[in-house]
Ligand binder design. Structure first.
Ligand code: ADP
Ligand code: MG
Length: 492
């Protein structure tokens, strides 16, 4: 695709639906939990019974305000709920209650940055609060379509960006950063598989310097991988179309993850007129400054603040810091490993090299293990304390980094501490020069011909002797000491 992009610019705007973490629905006391039997979580109002009055879930509003503050947005102290009128079997009220004219939050932003993407600000136009619809089920009965109203009325935030995104990479980066933010704020669990977070992607192309092109909207793409694929497909389709003299029509398209194509669902001409009007059953949403300030005061450290702290206080690289902050649970693990380590060194200040070592053990060995067993870091079989003890043994030369990998594996399998394993299995590194020298003398005397070859110029044989000695000492000789002594002996 890149060859095409020399003359073209891609323009993307996203509308992200995020389910708000709160126990009940937006306007009823039915639970908003996921995975119940169909139609378990339905109050009369969710089923559209006439004469029912909505009663607002104030916690959902607090959560949306918190999210607004997290993206540095402006909280509108006066906003409204509006009815978006349309008919669909999964919407028994005949309208969705949303915020159209004035949203709760406007004008925020999220900054994105990665190895391949320069630091860039993605503006967020608005966050409004609305209710989800139910779900039509077409594959459970041979004759009938069924309706499950568990989702009907579940509180959502719709987070709408300006068309500031210019590539699939930026789109994925934005979405994962937003997800991280929501998970730190604890306002949405960010679970894309369960549909707690889903994105509509608006895509257009233009020749560089030209005004914005016509956009198409790709509905409900539910993984980062598919978002990138959908955008790539759509960009190529639009450029080919325009190059062939055609015109992009404004429409809604669906992405098929099996064929990796987007297909037209409906064009804008058939788009309904939703006849928005302010819901007469719901009073104006008035927020006091005091309420906003209380939420502001209760906010914990946000991902970017944490990342900067890791870089400034711990001397971590931008990359390492980004990996550690990507999930609040990973940051939590890292921070407790650091504090456990600090206890081990009697509260002396922890060195940057030690922090780097802990970071590396988390992002290489631990991540690999978690990945291969498909576990989240909270389920790790090695606790932050246990890991910090292992790192301590490496750092004080009790074991080598290489032996530490074996110890790590045994820790994972048995739950034993690193110290216990190293002691019981006699894995302590040999730093005692006498013992190492003895092995060197033994190995050299057993291989006089090879030693001769080395002396007459075949210096590569040094590695051969290191190998033999590692075998002889069962990998326990301290590598630096061994190398130094061996060199002295062989060059004698
Ligand atoms: P609508 O109300 O019809 O959905 P909006 O103006 O609210 O339209 O825009 C919806 C989304 O489309 C926003 O995320 C916005 O950034 C994005 N968008 C608007 N114009 C374009 C364009 N030309 N190309 C790509 N995305 C666009
Ligand atoms: Mg829209």
């Amino acid at each position: 695709m890149s060859y095409l992009l020399k003359d073209w610019e891609v323009v993307i705007g996203m509308e992200v639906h995020a389910q708000i973490i709160t126990k009940t629905k937006l306007f009823s006391s039915a639970p908003s939990s996921f995975g119940e039997e169909p139609n378990e979580n339905v109050a009369f109002i969710d089923a559209g019974f006439p004469g029912m009055l909505p009663s607002l879930n104030e916690h959902a509003i607090d959560q949306a305000i918190r999210t607004g503050l997290g993206i540095s947005g402006h909280i509108n102290l006066n906003s409204y709920f509006d009815r978006k009128n349309y008919f669909y079997p999964d919407l028994p009220q005949g309208y969705q209650i949303s915020q159209f004219f004035i949203p709760l939050v406007s004008d925020g932003y999220i900054d994105i940055e990665s190895k391949n993407v320069q630091k860039k600000r993605i503006r967020i136009e608005r966050i409004h609060v609305e209710q989800d619809a139910g779900k039509n089920i077409h594959d459970k009965d041979p004759y009938y379509s069924l309706v499950d109203l568990n989702r009907a009325g579940v509180p959502l935030m719709e987070i709408v960006t300006k068309p500031d995104i210019s590539s699939p990479e930026e789109a994925c980066l934005f979405l994962s950063k937003l997800r991280t933010m929501l998970r730190y704020l604890k306002t949405c669990n960010g679970n894309m598989e369960e549909g707690s977070m889903r994105a509509d992607i608006n895509v257009s192309v233009r020749r560089k310097g030209e005004p914005l092109g016509t956009r198409v909207e790709i509905k409900n793409v539910n993984s980062l991988k598919f978002i990138a694929e959908a955008i790539n497909y759509e960009v190529e389709r639009q450029i080919d179309l325009i190059n062939d003299g055609g015109k992009v029509v404004q429409e809604t398209r669906l992405f098929n993850s099996i064929t990796c194509e987007t297909k037209s669902l409906r064009t804008k001409e058939d788009a309904q007129d939703y006849r928005y009007f302010t819901d007469p059953d719901i009073p104006m949403l008035k927020i006091t400054e005091d309420r906003v300030n209380k939420i502001k005061d209760s906010m914990l450290e946000l991902p970017d603040q944490k990342k900067n702290r890791y870089m400034n206080d711990y001397g971590l690289t931008e990359y390492d810091a980004s990996v550690l902050i990507s999930e609040p649970e990973i940051a939590g693990y890292f921070e407790s490993a650091i504090s456990e380590y600090t206890v081990l060194v009697n509260n002396c200040e922890i060195q940057q090299s030690e922090i780097k070592l802990i970071t590396n053990w988390i992002s290489s060995e631990l991540f690999a293990k978690l990945n291969s067993e498909q576990l989240a870091i909270e389920q790790s079989k090695i606790s932050p304390k246990a890991l910090s003890e292992l790192v301590m043994l490496i750092n004080t030369d009790v074991i080598s980094g290489k032996i530490a990998k074996d110890v790590f594996q045994i820790m994972w399998d048995t739950g034993d501490s690193a110290v216990k394993i190293v002691d019981e299995k006699g894995m302590r590194q040999i730093t005692d020069t006498n013992a190492i020298e003895e092995s060197i003398r033994k190995v050299l005397s057993e291989n006089p011909d090879k030693l001769q070859e080395y002396k007459s110029g075949k210096v590569k044989l040094f590695g051969f002797f290191v190998g033999l000695l590692m075998k002889e000492t069962k990998g326990k000789a301290n590598p630096q000491v061994l190398n130094k002594l061996l060199k002295e002996y062989m060059d004698k």
